[in-house]
Design a protein around this ligand. Sequence first.
Ligand SMILES: C[S@@+](CC[C@H](N)C(=O)[O-])C[C@H]1O[C@@H](n2cnc3c(N)ncnc32)[C@H](O)[C@@H]1O
Length: 268
Amino acid sequence: MGCKNARCRKSESSELTGSMAAGDSVNAGLVRTGQNGVHPRLGQYLRRHLDQPWSQPLHRPTIDTYRQLQDECSLAGGRPFMLDSGCGTGQSTQQLAVQYPGHLVIGIDRSRVRLAKRLMNQDGMHQNLFRHENCILLRAELSTFWRLLVRDSYIPSKQFLLYPNPWPKPGHLQRRWHGHPVFPCLLALGGEIEMRCNWEIYALEFALAASIASGEPITARPYRPPGSQPRRSASPFEHKYFERGQPLFAVTVPRHVTAAFRRAWYKQ
Ligand SMILES: C[S@@+](CC[C@H](N)C(=O)[O-])C[C@H]1O[C@@H](n2cnc3c(N)ncnc32)[C@H](O)[C@@H]1O
């Protein structure tokens, strides 16, 4: 089944070829995998997800947390907000909140254990939402949270996906965000997307999926945390990988690309 989007069809001919082939450097990294390059079924899964809206029921506790967020932190008030999706302990969210004082910075993770590491002594983590000034940490399931934001037309100015779980087994492609049925929704949510990881194939696949879906050229690039000594790592995983000398990779999907995707997606 082909993609309905004309720009998407245009880019299909170039998928899985040329500069998109992954090198062997992943073998020098922490990720152990039987996969040697971009997954051959990525395009097939992606087109299916683009053609068929995902109808899995929403996660009930996430709906409740989302309502709490709306009640307590009003996203509709016009204040810009950004997302730190899969924020782990929330350290990166707290850093971003300091860096962007004019924004609400929302960190989301499903792991109470990870979130609690940072918030052990804070009131509020017995609930699923914690707020300190412009920093909000939520315990929620991302595939539901993103769909709720899209449904209600809340558009973040920026989305960070820092070191998502790689799911390195070839059979786990549909658990990686770009192989997951929620991927079109992630793009339609809008804003600039910044994804970082330590597995080159994941970065190449994410870039390729965004290119196919949007019809725009999106590429993966090597990434190095800014600063000199010590380098300013954005998150605990970035710090860990950088300290171990792992190569890091980043993909940026610009805001105008997600905006165009969003418009095309709503017209379907
Ligand atoms: C490898 S950790 C990275 C944490 C942090 N971003 C960092 O760079 O240090 C990935 C995080 O994503 C979270 N995560 C994975 N899938 C999720 C989902 N569907 N909903 C919410 N969180 C999820 C995990 O609980 C985990 O904390």
